[in-house]
Design a binder for this molecule. Structure first.
Ligand code: OSB
Ligand code: MG
Length: 369
């Protein structure tokens, strides 16, 4: 592949409803869409999952633009690419900035799969024709509101319910949920709102048969998580703390978690995500695919990754309509009975709707080799 041109677009999409976590609340989703174009004029699409503010990790929309424009695009244009796996190496002397790397790598994977006339899932080695998904529900104004939301999405068929927790919105809320939904596969995501001093408090969650508690402790910690896991019956799942294969290897060695949420952007791309998947499979660590309130482009990448064998737990990839009035892909992602049918068209398998992209684009810039 000879990448001749890259278009970076800055988009703003309104969420249907605000999404609240322990670290902040979203109403507008601002993100960068990456289009790579080769010498034949074929396009590949990627999405940066960096948010406007550095809440979830240290990256932002602006730092991603800077990293791409000043460092990553020059490396991309430097030489032809035989296989997208090569970018992991090519970008390796740029430290971190994983979401920026991933957005470009994802676009190249899409292009690669299209050039080879195969779905991205197949290019990655995925075999599933359908994937199982759950839904992530933000912190609500009241427990009643949350109960109504959970009821709605259980009835829609989602395979597990994830609720966001934080100090003051945790044990009592989960108790109420369990009282109303004794058998629903349920989990809680703390987005690192606790410290080891809260261990006794978190132990109170053990009686509710949660599938897991996600990222209870600091976003950069794997040591205290190991201590906490030794005291909790509930499996710990790491999200924020795992940025690479090496992080995953160390967390597994320390016993910091039993489950890993793999987010393509957080780990720097699909190639790294696949390596983590393979490592976890070898060590009986279960994985699932996390979400970052993506538009359809990011959603499509998540779906393709989830077709790999060890993605045995339902992911966070909900239907487009959960977040968006109108997504930027055709068809939109739909969920039936908690399942998404994996697209069979080449590349990400969904058509990017340029009219919708233009509608949401606030500015764009073209870069040439
Ligand atoms: O921790 O998984 C997370 C949303 C924003 C930032 C972090 C997280 C989330 C979610 C929602 O849980 C995932 C989604 O539905 O895309
Ligand atoms: Mg999380």
């Amino acid at each position: 592949m000879n990448i001749k041109q890259v278009v970076l677009r800055h988009l703003e999409m309104e969420l249907k409803a605000p999404f609240a976590t322990s670290f902040g609340s979203f109403q507008t989703k601002e993100f960068i869409l990456v289009e790579v174009i080769d010498e034949d004029g074929a396009s590949g699409w990627g999405e940066s999952v960096a948010f406007h503010s550095p809440w979830y990790n240290e990256e932002t929309v602006k730092t991603n633009w800077h990293m791409m424009e000043d460092f990553l695009l020059p490396l991309l244009f430097q030489a032809p690419i035989e296989h997208p796996n090569e970018l992991r190496r090519r970008f390796s002397h740029i430290r971190k900035n994983n979401m920026a790397k991933s957005a470009i790598e994802g676009a190249v994977w899409d292009l690669f799969a299209k050039k080879n006339n195969m779905p991205l899932s197949e290019a990655l080695g995925g075999k599933k024709k359908q994937i199982e998904v759950g839904i992530s529900i933000g912190i609500q104004k009241s427990v009643d509101d949350l109960l109504r939301m959970v009821e709605r999405y259980v009835n829609e068929g989602y395979r597990r319910i994830k609720v966001k927790i934080k100090p003051g919105w945790d044990v009592d809320v989960v108790r109420e949920l369990r009282r109303h939904f004794p058998d629903v596969p349920l989990m809680a995501d703390a987005n690192s709102a606790y410290s080891l001093e809260d261990a006794e408090h978190l132990k109170a969650l053990d009686e509710f048969q949660l599938m897991m508690i996600e990222q209870p402790l600091a976003a950069d910690d794997i040591v205290d998580h190991a201590t906490l896991q030794s005291q909790l019956q509930t499996p710990i799942c790491l999200d924020e703390s795992i940025h690479s294969y090496e992080d995953a290897r160390k967390a597994i060695q320390l016993g910091s978690c039993q489950i890993i949420n793999i987010k393509i952007g957080r780990v720097g791309g699909l190639s790294e995500a696949k390596l983590i998947h393979d490592l976890c499979q070898k060590h009986n660590i279960l994985v699932w695919c996390g979400g970052m309130l993506e538009s359809g482009v990011g959603r499509a990448h998540n779906i393709a990754l989830t077709t790999l064998e060890n993605f045995v737990l339902p992911g966070d990839t909900a239907a487009s309509s959960y977040y968006w009035e109108r997504d930027i892909i055709d068809p939109e992602v739909t969920v039936e009975n908690g399942m998404i049918t994996v697209p069979e068209n080449s590349g990400i398998g969904y058509e990017v709707n340029r009219r919708q992209v233009d509608r949401y684009t606030t500015f764009a810039k073209v870069y040439r080799a």
